[in-house]
Structure formats: structure tokens, C-alpha cells
Design a binder for this molecule. Structure first.
Ligand code: GDP
Length: 479
């Protein structure tokens, strides 16, 4: 008999505990209602408050989004160059850039900010956002018309930049103010741009009908520092270490093409295994293959009990463990731009027996060698591989990588993070540990503000659940 509890928490809870709604056309997006059947870890339950907030936000997106009279009026206002005196419909345009992991984290951050400020989220359609993801909002679109806000036309010199207007004292959302304010949260932001995470700036920005935000970062931990937002955030996310987990599962459904890549690979290499382990080896094209990194991967997976140790070939395994029947298997999926690490790990489990007689099947979906910009087939593979990592039961990731952050958040698991030789986090090189378990599944906000808004101070000590990251010590993360 099916009980309410099993509907809500079983692995086949296709709506993720109420995060998603029924009613989308299933053919246009197979992954939306099917993904739950591929996840052994059902993940965290969203709060009732988050669910009702999402439903209200969907209604706002429909009422004010592209194609509505309100949207046409807002566009006219934007073209007039003057801010609207008042308006029921306000907009946040999100421009994300860099690799796919960065773009996903930036879009999730923009969405949370839109939820907090009751703004319609519109995302930049360049960067293949439409080809990679299904539409997250029912009966409307989150893509703004192409060319409305050209990606590269925003930067430090943009006159409407929030930090620039703040510095000159011109940040006043009065009728003679510009039609939009531009929020610049790029690596080269100024101290004035960082005031975005302060209450006074939020008050001033709330008067603009249009905001344009350009970032490549997961700015969410910064929004938890803003007093104005704290109560609402606490209600939406009583479990503060699961913010991206919920936002990611709500927003990012692989398009049908990507879903084909995910499911074919999953069924061929992962579905039959008793355990599934993902290893993300983020290397850069110019780096030579590193026996030292390979050693860390091997030690990490074996010392932490994720993969079996290997025994010397000379040692005889007891006959009972070499029979094929009933042998447990572990599937290891390695993602990397290079093929060398996969070749070595696979070779190791071929040339040596695994202790305990477990069968270790190692595979790697692709090795693209270098990062291609604007190439659809490359983006498809990257997204499919992030998603495949998120379907595993245990994850080993590379610190600082947004690619890995997205996988761990969607999976709902705390990864073991490979420590680089130069790592100067709390468990850095001196301890000679190959990896350390992350304190939470949340991504790290790499370019976080360095101070609270009233004085220079440590932004990792303002609220207890926002702390510095181990992999990027100046960054901030939710725990
Ligand atoms: P980050 O640079 O590690 O933070 O991750 P990003 O996803 O933002 O950027 C790296 C980009 O390089 C990815 O989006 C891919 O285009 C490519 N890339 C890096 N590692 C892999 C990998 O393991 N598999 C594939 N297919 N692409 C990768």
C-alpha cells in the first residue's frame, strides 16, 4: 500500500517533495519528471514555505513575463531610459558567463535574489541556456529576447553600474534615475560594488524597475549576510546547507538531448552496480599528467573506503571470492578533460585484484582535452557529465571547481575534496592528507565581500552558518 510518506520520500518522488509542479508537457522535457527514478538518494525535503514561495513566484513570472502587456510596458519604459515611478512588475536580468558550472551557479544565485526581491527572473539566452536546460517556469519563459542586453556591453565602465552610482552619490531610484541599475559582481568588482550585500544598498536598488546582474559566482552566501533577507531565508531554508540543492533541482532540468546522453550512459555503465562512485578530476589543458595527483586519488578513495584496496597479483585470492556469481560491483565514473587518470585507475583494477573480490568497473564519458567556448556538443557533454556525477552515491571532487559544486549540490551529498599540493586550507599540504570531507554540500562563493557593511571585519564571522571555505579560504559558504 502506498502511504503518503512513501510518496513524499520515496526515490520515485517525481516532484521532489513538492518542489516541482505537475502540468508541464512531458515530451518537451523528459528529465523533469523522470530524474527522480535515477536517483538513489532522494535528497532533502523542501520546506513548506519554500514550496509556497515558488508557487507565488511562478504566478509572478506568468503575470509579468515575456508576452504579457506588463512586460511590453516595462520594455517601453526601459527604452525610454528613465526609471518607472512605480510598477507591479519588476525585473532581474541575469547575465552569466565562463564555464558551465559558473553559469549554473550564477543563474541559481540570480533566481534566489529574484525570489527575495519579488522580481521576474529573465536569463540571457546566449551561452546555450535554451539548448541545455528545460524551461523551469510553467506557461511562460525565463529567456529574454536575444539582443536585449548584449552580454559584453556591461562592465566597470557602464554608467548605470550600482557601485559607480554609489560612489558618486547618484544611486537614487527617483523618476530621473536611469531605467535600470547594473549590478557588477565580477572578479574585478570595486569595494562599492561589494556594498550590494548591505541593507542600505538593497533599499536603494529596490526602487529600480530593472536590474541587470552580471556574475560568474555563487553569491548566495552573501545574501545571507543582508539583514533584510535573513528572516525570509531562514523560513525558506531551515536547512541552510541545502540551498543550492533545492534551487538546482528546481531550475536545472537537462534538455532532451542532454537527457539522452545521461540516460544512455547511466544505463550502460552505472545502473547495474551495487555502488556508484564519481571522481571529478579538474585539470587544465596545459598541466602535465600528474602521478602525484593520481596517487592522491588512489589514496583518497582507498583510505576513505570508497573503493576497495588492490592486492598484489602474486597473492592468491581465496577461491570463494573469485567466483563470478554474487560478486558485488562498484561502478566508478571519472570525469576529466584528460584521459590519463581514467586509464591509470582502470589499469590498476585490471592488473590487480580488488581486496574482498569486489568488481570495479571504471569508465569515463569523454576527454575533451581543452575547454571549447560556444561549442554546443562540448556544452552538452559537460552538462551530462555534471549530471552523471550527481547520480552517484559518493563523490570525490577537485577543490575550487564549480563543475564539482553543481554535481554535489544536485546529488545532495558532501564530497571528499582532493587537496592540492599548494592547498593552504585548514587541512592543507602540511597534513599530507589526500582529501578531506567537505563540511557541507553547498558551493563556495569565491569572491565574497571582505567586510561587514558597517566596518572592516571578517565576513566569515557575521552569522554562524556562513563560514570560510576550505578550498578557497577567502570565500564564503553555507554550512
Ligand atoms: P570550473 O572551471 O572547474 O569551475 O568549472 P566550469 O564548468 O565553470 O568550467 C569548466 C569547463 O571546462 C566546463 O564547463 C567544460 O566546458 C570544461 N570541462 C572541465 N572539466 C570537464 C570534464 O570533466 N568533462 C567535460 N566534458 N568538460 C569539462
Amino acid at each position: 500500500r502506498t502511504t503518503m510518506a512513501s510518496i513524499r520520500q520515496g526515490p520515485d518522488d517525481k516532484l521532489h517533495g513538492g518542489l516541482l509542479v505537475e502540468g508541464f508537457d512531458q515530451e518537451s522535457c523528459h528529465s523533469r519528471y523522470k530524474s527522480a527514478t535515477y536517483r538513489r538518494n532522494p535528497g532533502r525535503q523542501p520546506s513548506k514555505h519554500l514550496i509556497s514561495k515558488l508557487r507565488r513566484h511562478e504566478a509572478l513570472q506568468r503575470r509579468c513575463g515575456p508576452g504579457t502587456a506588463a512586460y511590453s510596458a516595462a520594455l517601453d519604459q526601459l527604452k525610454s531610459g528613465k526609471n518607472a515611478a512605480s510598477s507591479d512588475c519588476k525585473y532581474l536580468v541575469s547575465i552569466s558567463y565562463r564555464g558551465l558550472g559558473n553559469r549554473i551557479l550564477a543563474a541559481a544565485s540570480a533566481f534566489l535574489y529574484a525570489l527575495l526581491t519579488d522580481r521576474v527572473l529573465l536569463v540571457d539566452p546566449s551561452n546555450d541556456m535554451d539548448a541545455l536546460f528545460c524551461e523551469p517556469f510553467p506557461n511562460t519563459t525565463w529567456l529574454h529576447p536575444p539582443g536585449l542586453f548584449p552580454l559584453w556591453s556591461f562592465g566597470l565602465d557602464t554608467p548605470e553600474r550600482h557601485g559607480k552610482m554609489r560612489e558618486s552619490g547618484a544611486l537614487r531610484p527617483e523618476p530621473d534615475a536611469p531605467a535600470f541599475a547594473y549590478v557588477h559582481l565580477d572578479y574585478n568588482q570595486t569595494d562599492y560594488d561589494k556594498l550590494f550585500f548591505c541593507d542600505e544598498d538593497q533599499r536603494l536598488l529596490s526602487g529600480f524597475q530593472w536590474l541587470v546582474m552580471r556574475t560568474d559566482s555563487y553569491i548566495v552566501p552573501g545574501t545571507f549576510l543582508v539583514e533584510t533577507f535573513r528572516e525570509e531565508l531562514a523560513r525558506m531554508f531551515p536547512e541552510r546547507d541545502a540551498v543550492f540543492h533545492h534551487l538546482g533541482r528546481y531550475l536545472f532540468h537537462p534538455s532532451n538531448h542532454v537527457w539522452g546522453l545521461v540516460t544512455r550512459y547511466h544505463d550502460a555503465y552505472l545502473a547495474g552496480a551495487a555502488r556508484r562512485v564519481g571522481i571529478q578530476v579538474r585539470v587544465f589543458p596545459w598541466e602535465p599528467d600528474s602521478p602525484e595527483l593520481l596517487d592522491r586519488i588512489t589514496r583518497c578513495t582507498q583510505e576513505e573506503g570508497l573503493l576497495p584496496r588492490v592486492v598484489n597479483t602474486e597473492e592468491e585470492l581465496p577461491a570463494a571470492t573469485t567466483t563470478r556469481r554474487g560478486v558485488k560491483s562498484v561502478a566508478v565514473v571519472i570525469t576529466s578533460l584528460k584521459g590519463w587518470y581514467y586509464e591509470q585507475v582502470k589499469g590498476m583494477y585490471w592488473e590487480h585484484a580488488a581486496a574482498g573480490g569486489e568488481m570495479v568497473v571504471v569508465s569515463q564519458p569523454s576527454h575533451e582535452e581543452y575547454q571549447h567556448y560556444g561549442v554546443k556538443s562540448h556544452e552538452y557533454k559537460a552538462w551530462a557529465e555534471i549530471y552523471l556525477l550527481s547520480l552517484t552515491d559518493a563523490l570525490v571532487t577537485t577543490g575550487k571547481s564549480t563543475f564539482g559544486y553543481v554535481a554535489q549540490g544536485l546529488a545532495g551529498i558532501r564530497p571528499w575534496v582532493l587537496l592540492s599540493g599548494q592547498a593552504n586550507g585548514t587541512a592543507g599540504a602540511s597534513s599530507n592528507l589526500p582529501c578531506s570531507r567537505d563540511v557541507s554540500m553547498e558551493p563556495c562563493f569565491h569572491v565574497a565581500p571582505l567586510y561587514d557593511c558597517k566596518r572592516m571585519g571578517d565576513s566569515g564571522k557575521i552569522v554562524p552558518h556562513v563560514r570560510h571555505c576550505e578550498d578557497v579560504p577567502t570565500g564564503l559558504k553555507l554550512v
